[in-house]
Write a protein that binds this ligand. Structure first.
Ligand code: DGJ
Length: 739
């Protein structure tokens, strides 16, 4: 890893172990151009790639064609309104109402380590672990400074980027768009990968050719959302899981975003990512600065899988924080699908008594324990224990659960307010609302205006009092509606366009306080399932509830899309009861266990009511979790087959970093008549080492023979058909020592 500046050629070269990223300064006006991103290069002189000798690429020599230059030069980061008609990354409006902005290089710094981003989640790394390049640019007309920040890591191929804007002018300016990164490059017939979904079917993978014009995903919902994801990749047409060029951009942010590729008239491509400019307008007073969130950029020459593993390692080592980052998480049982709102102390203890006997380690009390909430109509904001339900109080319940040898966790939804709540009756102006307009309810609730400090403090005081009142060791932080009716009674007219971003910053501030004040609490984020599963939230919680759909088959696609960019250690996954509450499907309890094993693993059912044969299987599943979780949490993930693509079977693998073992999960979703065995190739193991299957007892049809890693990778094994649908198997390969 290194960052070098070739002073003579005026080129920056950022190197990771396997990639290079090059930026050049051109012309007397010091435009910043993007030269190259891809496989690692030697330190050759790349100035010839800048095209500065081609006709429109010399603005100062031929100012007549300045607009042509601006409209075709591969910019490193772009202004707008001055002749670059491609979509720009920065837009401003002056007090006079004008909108043009451009940026030119002024100076730079290269230093060890990585600065934190004020109030924002971001990748971290110490001196020695990473190096940072700060390029100071300026619009000299507006006296606006723009700092482009790049970091490379010594143990990871990702490059992080962000942007800071500082107003050095004499008047305020309005920032109407500040994206965090863009990459201009020639199109080589790329295909774009994005993630799409809805409630209960989040993050389905979509791949389509990059077409002329603009294409992308964006959220204006005040969170990343079920529907789209703050991620995009583009890959060469022939790239597969294991080979070919893949570029990815992933946004460390949880609010409105845009991710877009524009294919231009010259067949060049501009990829960009940042805060969605829709309804965004940030007033920047003289000498104030605005910090845009961070984008993670990845290039992989090893296909989609290479990108996946780079992101997994980055998030596990440079984003997720806290005590649980590298630790096995307690196996929890959550009462949501078991009881919904119908529970009391005795019911919860009944579940805990059974669960503790089976090896489950933590009881999580979900929605419905506060105010007078017995459905979703009421009480959000009144974070006071309902002692009609929680008889004896919270401390009594927690103590009783602790006596069973179990930990206790609690559900909260701190960002919300029910119209039927003491809080709303006392402070109707604390909800986000447009004055005078009837607000749109969603799940019978409004969103609290967290842009106001007094609101944040009040809510924090209430929830922290609950957390201090008993031995609470886990919090599920939920968010069950998206933002609408954007207005704040706390902000002046010309700052209403700041609400969406301020709200995201407020959530970050609250979670930062919570994780600092309660460092021993395991935090799991959640949003109506997986609507805020993003790298921003991952900075605060090591795990995020993946989806409200707990059906093992639906989960295959949801977990495939999620695991493409997130480590398995982050994916909240539970075994639930059947018929499944979302789709009515009945799957074997064993299969539900195998599928949940690919995530944090837990239960979401009434353990006192499930069939005896299922209950009996729980201790085995608990043992399986303890046996394999280190490998699942820390290993390298390989996607082998996709049920979402082939409609019959799913297969994925986790290989330990030392390549001494691998766990393959195979799910035969549908059986077929007279179908012969299926060949599965097992990548990632050491080619020259010898492996055996450690658990043939599970599956005697898979014979215990010896294979080299090379044979497993290129020839694979034959998986015999299983009787019935929704059947699954785990295959554990271990290195045969002493060979
Ligand atoms: C949505 C979550 O995803 C569920 O698990 C559950 O906590 C409900 N909210 C409770 O309202």
């Amino acid at each position: 890893m290194d960052i070098i500046y070739n002073e003579k050629r005026r080129i920056f070269k950022l190197d990771t172990a396997h990639t290079s990223y090059c930026i050049g300064i051109v012309d007397e006006e010091n435009f910043l151009g993007h030269i190259y991103y891809g496989r690692k290069l030697a330190n050759d002189d790349l100035a010839y790639l800048m095209r500065t000798e081609e006709a429109p690429f010399v603005p100062s020599r031929n100012n007549r064609d300045r607009a042509s230059f601006l409209d075709s030069f591969p910019m490193e980061y772009t202004g707008s309104g001055l002749g670059d008609y491609r979509e720009g990354t920065l837009s401003v409006r002056t007090v006079g109402g004008h909108t043009g902005v451009s940026l030119n290089y002024v100076s730079h710094k290269i230093y060890e380590g990585k600065p934190a981003l004020d109030g924002l989640p971001a990748a971290y790394g110490t001196e020695g672990e990473c190096k940072t390049l700060e390029i100071l640019c300026e619009d000299s007309f507006l006296k606006l400074q723009i700092i482009l920040l790049y970091t490379v890591f010594n143990d990871n191929d990702a490059i992080t980027r962000s942007v800071k804007v500082i107003n050095k002018g004499k008047d305020a300016v309005y920032l109407t768009k500040v994206l965090s990164a863009s990459i201009d490059m020639d199109n080589e017939g790329y295909e774009m990968i994005t993630l799409h979904g809805s409630w209960a079917r989040e993050r389905a993978i979509q791949c389509s050719p990059v077409m002329k014009g603009k294409q992308g995903v964006s959220s204006n919902r005040g969170e990343s959302g079920h529907q789209v994801h703050p991620f995009m990749a583009w890959k060469s047409r022939t790239a597969t899981q294991e080979s070919g060029d893949v570029y990815g951009m992933h946004f460390i942010y949880s609010g409105n975003f845009m991710a877009q590729i524009e294919l231009t008239q010259f067949d060049s491509m501009r990829a960009m990512m940042g805060i969605n400019p829709e309804n965004f307008c940030w007033k920047l007073e003289k000498n104030e600065s605005f910090q845009a969130p961070e984008v993670v950029c990845v290039y992989s020459a090893d296909g989609i899988g290479g990108m996946t593993r780079t992101l997994h390692d980055l998030y596990r080592k440079h984003l997720i924080r806290g005590e649980y980052r590298d630790k096995k998480r307690p196996i929890l049982i959550n009462n949501w699908e078991a009881t919904y709102f119908e529970f009391d102390t005795e019911k919860l203890l009944e579940i805990a008594r059974q669960a503790s006997k089976l090896g489950i380690e933590m009881l999580v009390m979900d929605d419905g324990w506060f105010g007078h909430r017995s459905d979703d109509n009421t009480s959000l904001g009144d974070w006071i224990v309902n002692e009609d339900k929680i008889k004896g109080g919270l401390k009594y319940l927690v103590d009783e659960v602790n006596k069973l040898g179990m930990k206790f966790g609690i559900w909260l939804e701190p960002e919300m307010i029910s119209p039927d709540s003491e809080l709303y009756r006392a402070h109707p102006d604390w909800a986000i609302a447009i004055p005078g307009r009837t607000g749109s309810l969603s799940r019978n609730q409004y969103v609290l205006d967290l842009t106001r400090k007094e609101v944040r403090d009040h809510i924090y005081d209430m929830i922290s009092a609950v957390l201090r009142s008993a031995n609470i060791e886990y919090v599920k932080w939920d968010m069950n509606r998206q933002l609408s009716d954007i207005g704040s009674y706390g902000l002046p007219e010309d700052r209403q366009g700041e609400i969406f971003h301020r709200q995201a910053l407020a959530v970050y501030e609250l979670q930062e306080r919570l994780t600092k004040d309660f460092p021993h609490i395991l935090l799991e984020n959640c949003s109506g399932g997986g609507a805020r599963f993003d790298p921003g939230m991952l900075y605060y919680s090591p795990q995020i509830w993946c989806s409200d759909d707990t059906d093992a088959v639906e989960r295959l696609a949801i977990q495939e899309g999620t695991a493409m960019i997130y480590p398995l250690s982050a994916m909240g996954a539970h075994v639930s009861d059947c018929p499944n509450h979302t789709v009515g499907r009945v799957t074997p309890f064993e299969t539900r266990g195998y599928v949940a094993l690919a995530g944090t693993f837990g239960y979401e059912l009434d353990v006192t009511k499930i069939p005896e044969e299922d209950r009996k299987m729980i201790p085995e599943q608990v043992a399986m979790y303890h046996k394999y979780n280190d490998l699942v949490r820390e290993g390298d993930y390989y996607r082998i087959a996709s049920y979402a693509e082939n409609h019959f079977y799913d297969c994925y693998e986790v290989v330990s970093k030392d390549k001494a073992e691998a766990l393959v999960t195979y799910v035969q979703v549908l059986n077929r008549p007279n179908y012969h065995s299926r060949r599965i190739r097992i990548p990632g193991l050491a080619p020259e080492r010898t492996y055996v299957i450690a658990n043939p007892g599970d599956w005697p049809e898979i014979k215990q023979i010896e294979y080299t890693g090379e044979t497993l990778h290129y020839a694979g094994i034959n998986i015999p058909p299983l009787w019935g649908d929704f059947r699954a198997r785990l295959i554990h390969f271990v290195e045969k020592k002493g060979m």
